[in-house]
Design a protein around this ligand. Structure first.
Ligand SMILES: [Zn+2]
Length: 381
């Protein structure tokens, strides 16, 4: 009998309500219902009213309640790809593969804001047709494989193991060239913003498009909140970006320019998704205390190539015990990670996949993945 426990149905505001059959309009908020069932809801409430008014069959009323409830719940349970998801598209060296130099990812907020993370060498310059509109560029640190000292001749040039990155981007860098062409803002932490401001200005851009987000603070651009977090690495600026007599003397002395600490990022998108981008780093206490404890990241992009950053087992520890996201995308493998789109047996990528306890989504170049606000991949994985 529904009269003892009440019956669930949606109200005209689209909320799920618990109806008391004796008082059909006295209800408790339970959640939201899709907009497209609101007309059905109105019909439902009118029928309940008339049935009660004329003392109609309670069994028939219950059948109607369940019909409306199931009609409303079906689209909610299906979790289709929708405008409320964040789209992640890798721009790697070879279509459909995870390759040696791959770092670049595009994040697209549900509101259309597009963010390029660590363009590196696999984005084939500012004219790469895969880029499209870019609003914001992130650079975790100044090493050439992230900032982009050179780049692919074109998408898919060379091989997965040996990409053809023979086009020099010095002294500007791939990241700066793309920012200038797209009129994008560059958001960095540490002491990096003045370098980017100077490069933009020297090439006819607006130095104000280089924006600081230093540890502990954040900036909000295009509906996305961007914070930087510590990465334990190094961050010397190669004298080739400086050039001139100063650059020549620094190169001769074997020293790099000081631009502060390397960074990672935490992004919060408009659907609530919080993403951790590790950058190149070792294991840090902040991955627990800051990235997990404070920001509560639900999706992580974790560098796991060993030698230059955490290896696959260290990176798996970071994910399992420190950041604890709901899913992870490996990055910076420095190897052929996949063959034919499948993880290569014996690879570091395979070691990482096996050691991690949450779903691992391999960044196959050109394949867009969609994540909901809780960090679950709901399409393209
Ligand atoms: Zn590095």
């Amino acid at each position: 009998m529904a009269s003892a426990l009440g019956t669930r149905g949606p109200d005209t505001e689209g909320r799920w309500m618990k109806f008391n059959s004796a008082r059909p309009f006295a209800a408790t908020k339970l959640g939201r219902c899709p907009i497209n069932c609101r007309n059905s809801v109105l019909m439902f409430k009118l029928k309940v009213f008339f049935k009660d008014a004329i003392g109609g069959s309670r069994m028939r009323m219950n059948a109607l309640v369940w019909t409306v409830a199931i009609a409303c719940m079906t689209p909610m349970m299906a979790q289709p790809a929708s405008a409320a998801n964040v789209k992640v598209t890798p721009l790697g060296g070879q279509d459909g593969e995870f390759c040696r130099q791959d770092r670049a990812l595009i994040f697209e907020d549900p509101n259309g804001t597009r963010i390029l993370y660590d363009a590196g060498r696999t984005v084939a310059g500012a004219d790469d047709p895969r880029l499209g509109k870019i609003d914001i560029i992130l650079v975790s640190h100044m090493h050439g494989d992230h900032l982009g000292d050179s780049h692919n001749k074109a998408p898919n040039s060379g091989s997965c193991d040996k990409p053809d990155v023979s086009v020099s981007a010095l002294p500007n860098s791939n990241s700066v060239d793309i920012a200038l062409a797209k009129k994008a803002k560059i958001v960095t932490g540490s002491e990096m913003p003045p370098f980017f401001a100077a490069k933009l200005k020297a090439n006819g851009g607006d130095p104000k498009d280089s924006i600081l987000a230093r540890f502990g603070g954040s900036v909000k651009l295009g509906g996305v909140t961007i914070a930087t977090v510590p990465a334990f690495h190094s961050n010397g600026l190669d004298p080739d970006y400086i050039g001139g007599e100063l650059g020549r003397q620094m190169k001769e002395a074997g020293i790099a320019g000081y631009v502060g600490e390397a960074t990672g990022y935490v992004l919060k998108f408009s659907n609530g998704l919080v993403v951790y981008l590790s950058g190149d780093t070792g294991i840090t206490a902040e991955q627990d205390k800051v990235v997990h404890g404070y920001y509560k990241a639900k999706l992580a992009v974790m560098n796991m190539g060993d030698g230059f950053s955490t290896g696959p087992n260290e990176a798996a520890y970071v994910i399992n015990d420190l950041v604890k996201p709901n899913s992870v995308i490996p990055s910076h493998a420095n190897e052929v990670g996949t063959v034919g789109g499948k993880v290569r047996p014996g690879s570091k990528t395979e070691t990482f996949v096996k050691a991690v306890k949450v779903p691992v989504h391999i960044p196959l170049s050109g394949k867009t993945m969609e994540f909901n606000g809780n960090g679950k991949c709901v399409a393209g994985c």
